[in-house]
Design a protein around this ligand. Structure first.
Ligand code: MRU
Length: 315
């Protein structure tokens, strides 16, 4: 059984609460658009393509309940600022509504297209992965972050099933721990060989020649090919360049923002509590302030290529 982050059930959106993984598998039943907005804001669901899909279903819930479509659109749009897929999906839903289309069918199409794009990126991307490669990945870009299969983790999945005999280094990805809680959980379920590392271990592994390539996802790719992704991605790209290691970004076209350049990306800042506490347990002095920047920006000169469902963009 493939991992799924959400299921549309007609009048309810079922969502796997990613805050509880890997300890508990709790499914939330979201019945109105406000609950969907809250789930995105609180990161019960996360990952750019998954946020887009879920927001589209949130739009359906709101509009079908007779709410003002503009208000529904704005509320869902204002949940998280960086992932372009969120705005792309909501703009598409709003347009479908204005054109009198079946909005439920439109949301389903967004989900289906994302799954297909992931499978396609998996096939295209796995061809770049050498047999026996030790791949390093950051954050979670798998089935949990998308409509299924995944972007960077989708390429890893496809390489594994193509018999490439790969091994994965999983950055734990502080502070939300998408790597240790989510990516490791997905890899373990499918028996893909991997080992968890702290984020600060990556550079030394590269120096020791233990990393053959790096695969990451993206939250937004601007028209000048700057890539916003989980905090820590930029540092990895600098290290990859210093050690001559290929650095690949894997993302569908719905992540490409045709209007913005690298310096125009809004980077989300989240609560310092997410750094100073883990599951309610303090891990820092209460009075020390903390800075929680959730994403960074990697410039095109640090990227070997971007893998999309339509092909490879060499940079
Ligand atoms: O804060 P998150 O967990 O939503 O951040 C997710 C990422 O940074 C992913 O790398 C990105 O969304 C691509 S997911 C296919």
């Amino acid at each position: 059984m493939e991992v799924k982050a959400f299921y549309w059930k007609g009048h309810v959106l079922q969502l796997l609460d990613q805050r509880e993984l890997p300890n508990k598998e709790i499914w939330l039943s979201l019945k109105d658009y406000g609950e969907v907005a809250q789930a995105i804001r609180d990161m019960a669901v996360r990952g750019a393509p998954a946020i887009g899909c879920v927001a589209a279903y949130g739009f359906v819930l709101g509009v079908k309940a007779g709410e003002n479509p503009e208000k529904v659109y704005e509320t869902l749009k204002n949940t998280r600022p960086t992932a372009y897929n969120l705005f792309w999906a909501l703009d598409r839903m709003k347009k479908a509504f204005e054109e009198g289309k079946d909005i439920e069918a439109e949301a389903k199409a967004i989900e289906e297209e994302d799954y297909k794009a992931n499978k396609s990126m998996g096939e295209i991307g796995q061809a770049l992965i050498p047999v026996g490669a030790r791949v390093l990945t950051h954050c979670n870009t798998g089935a949990l972050a998308t409509a299924g299969w995944g972007t960077a983790l989708g390429v890893i999945r496809s390489a594994h099933y193509a018999g490439k005999n790969i091994f994965v280094w999983v950055d734990e990805t502080r502070p939300y721990l998408q790597g240790s809680r989510l990516t490791a959980w997905e890899l373990l379920k499918e028996g893909i060989p991997h080992k968890l590392i702290t984020d600060s271990t990556a550079g030394f592994l590269m120096k020791k020649g233990l990393v053959d390539c790096i695969l990451v996802g993206a939250d937004r790719i601007t028209k000048d090919y700057h890539v916003a992704n989980k905090i820590g991605t930029y540092a990895l790209s600098v290290l990859a360049k210093a050690h001559g290691i290929p650095f690949y970004v894997v993302a569908p076209k719905s992540t490409f923002d045709p209007y913005t350049t690298g310096d125009g990306i809004v980077i989300e800042e989240r609560s310092e509590k997410e750094i100073k506490f883990i599951r309610g347990i303090p891990i820092a002095p209460e009075d020390s302030p903390a800075l929680h920047i959730a994403f960074d920006i990697t410039p095109p000169e640090n990227i070997t290529a971007i893998i999309t469902e339509e092909g490879i963009i060499k940079l």
